[in-house]
Design a protein around this ligand. Structure first.
Ligand SMILES: Nc1nc2c(c(=O)[nH]1)N[C@H]1C(S)=C(S)[C@@H](COP(=O)(O)O)O[C@H]1N2
Ligand SMILES: [Mo]
Length: 193
């Protein structure tokens, strides 16, 4: 009999190395958002504009997800324990119009990034408020950030302020500065040509 184990699906994408210290990467602007002044707005091509604060976020179904994080600067961290609300549950409250197939994530530091709506609705995309059983630290985008584990880290907007729905794809802060529009780490979509 063949005693070989089946090849494990690799966890580290090409060109990445594993770390376990959760580096901090951002524009260097700390917007000073707290649980009290944090608000999230869903607007644009939606049936219902939604504005919610901290108590409303906690009133939605809470999930714990173990997620990987791949930064384009080549570090990857595996099995990070996050808690929050599935992005799809929030999006459902706003009921995007059929033509609203793209989103811009807006952050309190002025940062933006873009995704197809379908990517935001994936099972593992989290509006995260806790990491490793503690409130999400300010330096990592607390009180509330997005986590999009299937894309490079720059799609995971920290200090999330708004989700805007539109009909056409609008490149965000790094996407207009030469980063790849799709950011799939398994295809090494780091930079556009
Ligand atoms: N609001 C905001 N979100 C952001 C950024 C930023 O500058 N501002 N940087 C992005 C980049 S380039 C990366 S790699 C990750 C880093 O997240 P971390 O600092 O928690 O490791 O946040 C992303 N989200
Ligand atoms: Mo990054």
């Amino acid at each position: 009999m063949n005693s070989k184990q089946p090849a494990k699906h690799p966890r580290i994408p090409p060109g990445q190395r594993q770390v376990d210290n959760f580096p901090v990467l951002d524009l260097g602007i700390r917007p000073g958002v707290t649980h009290d002044n944090w608000q999230l707005r869903l607007f644009g091509l939606v049936e219902r504009e939604v504005s919610l604060g901290w108590p409303q976020l906690l009133a939605l179904p809470q999930v714990r997800l173990r997620l990987d994080f791949h930064c384009v600067t080549t570090w990857s961290q595996l099995d990070m324990d996050w808690e929050g609300v599935r992005a799809r549950d929030l999006v459902a409250l706003a009921a995007p119009r059929p033509e609203g197939r793209f989103v811009t994530l807006h952050s309190y530091d002025g940062y933006t990034t873009n995704l197809p709506l379908a990517a935001l609705l994936d099972d593992d995309v989290l509006i995260a408020h806790s990491f490793a059983d503690a409130p999400l630290a300010d330096e990592h985008g607390g009180p509330v950030r997005l986590m999009v584990p299937k894309r490079y880290g720059w799609k995971s907007a920290k200090w999330l302020r708004a989700i805007e729905f539109h009909a056409e794809d609008r490149p965000g802060y790094w996407e207009v500065r030469g980063y790849h529009n799709d950011a799939d780490p398994w295809r090494e979509e780091r930079y556009s040509e």
